[in-house]
Design a protein around this ligand. Structure first.
Ligand SMILES: Cc1ncc(COP(=O)(O)O)c(C=O)c1O
Length: 423
């Protein structure tokens, strides 16, 4: 038994990983986790890390929140899977009802569930095309919508997401993010608005570097959509579930999308995504046109219901706002103090900062990766993102304790000092 335990160190597990799991399935840190709680993860060697990555925006309520764990255990003891298409169950319809109630828009809505963000994107496009009887889809430069064929086709960044994986889905048009004028001329030069089923947008671009559009952008896009009968799909997979201080980031601009997509933090780490939209749109496809074996799994739905309870009972939206203010303050200090810290991006607690080469005034991806590695060695997990891979994004659980936050800041600061000196 002892011998077996001894083999469970990161190095040995990494060897097995390298032998049996393709390298394309990338990893940020070379650690294997044995437990995670709140804002902390512990690896198989007992090394504790503060988590500023949150499983890529997936544990906004924290790792293994007791209410989520209780709901999962309770549900697992009752039934784990029937398939909603075969035998229905209450957690599915209860979650659909609650999401329709909280999603923006004072009109009847409907919702259904899939397993991943990419699957939610696929379904939204299917529904938009069915309802409008049009095929064109407009997406944005710098967008990320997943790794399935449609998700990847809508995604902007070629490397690593698309290189060698084509051909891609047809009838997809890409325009720059944040400039409505370009959009208007695009509808003259490239595609007739009458052929466009939907525009899909991340209210705050996630993988693209936490890019926030100018304040007039979404209201004007919504107006154009309304004028031409184009549906507006808000991909809130990364920006939703309270990350920006509002349940849905699009609420910052008082814009009401026709379809909203959630995944990631919806079920606190269980695979679940939601497609929520106007009733007449969602209910347009024929019986049997939508669904899947695992979509809206009862255990995942119970976890999501617990997440919604936690948001209410623990006032998580307020916590997200307060956390956002603390993060902003800290990032501005670093920006003033260190030449290698460039532009700050994002809103609420969805914030990121660029690492730059100050002499050339250029993105410095290598240094950003070095910062990730140095932080990991000192017990902090952070992630990069952005077009040039030089942006450090902060996606810690919204319930993070002040001491953990301070400790994380301290680790980043120590390493910024090291990297700054090397300049
Ligand atoms: C905005 C956005 N859309 C879609 C996806 C795809 O989600 P998933 O990885 O669950 O398929 C992601 C994942 O990072 C995302 O950030």
């Amino acid at each position: 038994m002892k011998e077996e335990e001894n083999t469970k160190n990161n190095r040995n597990l990494l060897e097995i990983r390298k032998k049996y799991v393709p390298k394309a399935v990338y990893n940020t840190i070379p650690s294997f986790i044995s437990k995670a709680n709140g804002s902390k993860m512990t690896d198989v060697e007992g090394f504790e890390m503060i988590d500023f990555a949150g499983g890529i925006a997936t544990v906004n309520v924290g790792h293994c929140h007791p209410k989520v764990v209780r709901a999962i255990k309770d549900q697992a003891e009752k039934y784990i899977h029937t398939c909603f298409h075969v035998a229905m169950y209450e957690p599915y319809i209860e979650l659909a009802k609650r999401l329709c109630e909280i999603a923006p828009g004072d009109f009847p809505k409907m919702a259904f569930f899939a397993n991943s963000g990419a699957e939610a994107v696929e379904n939204a496009i299917k529904i938009a095309r069915y309802y409008t009887k049009r095929s064109g889809i407009i997406t944005f430069e710098n967008a990320f919508h997943g790794r399935t064929l449609m998700g990847m086709s809508l995604t902007s960044k070629v490397k690593p997401y698309k290189l060698g994986f084509g051909p891609f889905a047809p009838e997809i048009y890409r325009i720059p993010f944040g400039d409505v004028k370009l959009f208007e001329t695009f509808l003259i030069d490239h595609v007739a608005p009458e052929n466009v089923a939907a525009i899909i947008a991340e209210p705050v671009q996630g993988e693209g570097g936490f890019i926030t559009p100018p304040p007039e952008f979404f209201p004007q896009i919504a107006e154009i959509c309304q004028e031409y009968g184009i549906l507006l799909i808000a991909d809130e997979i990364q920006s939703g579930m309270g990350r920006t201080g509002k349940m849905f980031a699009i609420e910052h601009w008082n814009v009401v999308p026709d379809i909203i997509l959630l995944a990631k933090s919806l079920a606190a780490g269980l695979p679940l995504s939601a497609i929520i939209g106007r009733k007449e749109i969602m209910d347009s496809p024929h019986i049997g046109g939508l669904g899947g074996t695992f979509g809206g799994n009862p255990v995942a739905c119970r976890a999501a219901l617990a997440v919604l309870d936690i948001f209410k009972e623990d006032d998580l939206l307020h916590k997200a706002e307060v956390l956002g203010e603390k993060l902003k303050k800290q990032l501005e200090i670093w920006q003033n103090k260190y030449d290698i810290v460039g532009t700050i991006h994002g809103i609420g607690s969805m914030l990121a900062f660029e690492i730059i080469d100050p002499e050339a005034n250029k993105p410095d991806k290598e240094k950003a990766i070095e910062l990730v590695n140095l932080c990991h060695k000192k017990g902090l997990v952070i992630l990069t993102c952005g077009k040039y891979g030089n942006t450090i994004r902060l996606l810690m659980p919204l319930i993070i304790q002040d001491e953990e936050l301070e400790q994380g800041f301290k680790i980043i600061e120590e390493n910024l000092q090291i990297l700054e000196k090397r300049n």
